[in-house]
Design a protein around this ligand. Structure first.
Ligand code: UDP
Ligand code: GLC
Ligand code: MN
Length: 337
């Protein structure tokens, strides 16, 4: 339907890569909706041209920044003040209903059914489930709501310094008023949830429809070898959702990099792809499959027995792995025998 749209935001070339992959993933799953990307003036011309090839509408907006360093510091994300720019999505009144998606999300199957929901529908935030996560939400563009949101921002500010704080303040009855506005978690499966509740992830993770690479490390901060299909290098930390990361990278390397290369022509272009392997920290599709029977399992770093003891004492036992019931029973059996 032409009057319904998926909307995302990219204020710089890094997030534009995310938006390109997101747009491509929506197209691959045959969405019937219009695709819209809001961009900031910083975006390079090649990135803008590539976005125009995937999105129906590329709309330039003013970047709004909360400048709220104190609250942003609490989240350890000084870069998120500009996410207030997201609020511009309410000005898209040429559409009757929209679904906003962060540029760091990836669609795994058709999600057009989200348009059956009403404003403001969203999934719980994994860090504080009485708040919704603003990485995926259903809304109705309206100049009136936009005005009220800006007024709310000026008068009350944002408790996290970004859009999620404002939106949760404004749509403050989300947690209690109407359960139909609670999207199932599979529409916004954040990477954090994978390691905070691994058994649930193993049980339900295969139903995921949207994965959200929430947090400081984004898929585009890694490097990838398209020949060997390996993710490597530049890792500050071991990735917790390598299979989803590989899904992101496979799409980026196969569909987005060639498009960007074409747009950049002779100009230097860093794709984040490697010519050859050059790092010790390597994640492969094979490693992932060996790690667990779940097809999208996190990588678990090796732990010494001292570390395991400490974690056990802090209530962080590896219930599904080394510290599983079966393993404990085997150990007890060896003592008893
Ligand atoms: N964003 C952007 N430029 C920035 C930071 C954020 O365009 O410099 C947009 C982008 O769509 C991004 C969203 O705002 O996905 C929210 O930020 P992010 O995903 O980094 O937050 P997180 O989900 O990690 O909390
Ligand atoms: C969150 C959301 C993100 C939002 C940010 C700032 O963690 O995932 O979409 O922009 O907080 O409020
Ligand atoms: Mn995000």
């Amino acid at each position: 339907m032409a009057d319904q749209a998926f909307v995302t935001l990219a204020t710089n070339d890094s997030y534009a890569r995310g938006a390109l992959v997101l747009g491509k993933s929506l197209r691959n799953h045959h969405t019937s909706k219009t695709l819209v990307v809001l961009i900031g003036p910083q975006l390079s011309e090649p990135c803008q041209s590539a976005l125009r090839r995937i999105y129906d509408d590329v709309i330039l907006v003013n970047v709004m920044d909360s400048g709220d360093t104190a609250h942003l510091a609490l989240m350890k994300r000084p870069d998120l003040g500009v996410t207030l720019t997201k609020l511009h999505c309410w000005t898209l009144t040429q559409y009757s209903k929209c679904v906003f998606m962060d540029a760091d999300t990836l669609v795994l199957s058709n999600i057009d059914e989200l348009f059956d929901r009403e404003e403001l529908s969203a999934a719980p935030d994994p860090g504080w489930p009485d708040c919704f996560n603003s990485g995926v939400f259903v809304f109705r563009p309206s100049v009136e709501t936009y005005g009220k949101l800006l007024k709310f921002c000026t008068e009350k500010g944002s408790f996290d310094g970004g859009d999620q704080g404002v939106l949760n303040g404004f749509f403050s009855d989300w947690a209690t008023a109407d359960i139909s506005k609670h999207l199932p978690f599979i529409y916004n499966l954040s990477s954090i949830a994978i390691y905070t509740y691994l058994p649930a992830f193993k049980q339900f993770g295969d139903n995921a429809k949207v994965v959200h690479f929430l947090g400081e490390t984004k898929p585009w901060t890694y490097t990838f070898d398209p020949q060997t299909k390996q993710l490597c290098g530049g890792m500050q930390e071991a990735p917790t959702q390598p299979a989803f990361l590989l899904d992101w990278w496979t799409l980026y390397a196969s569909a987005v990099v060639p498009m960007l290369q074409e747009q950049y022509g002779d100009k230097p272009f860093v794709s984040g792809c490697l010519e050859s392997q050059e790092s010790d920290t390597t994640v492969t599709t094979e490693t992932v499959q060996q790690e667990s029977s779940a097809s999208h399992a996190p990588l678990e770093p090796e732990r010494s027995s001292v570390q395991r003891k400490e974690q056990w004492e802090q209530g962080q036992a590896d219930y599904m792995g080394m510290d599983s019931f079966d393993n404990i029973q085997k150990k007890l059996d060896t003592f008893l025998k």
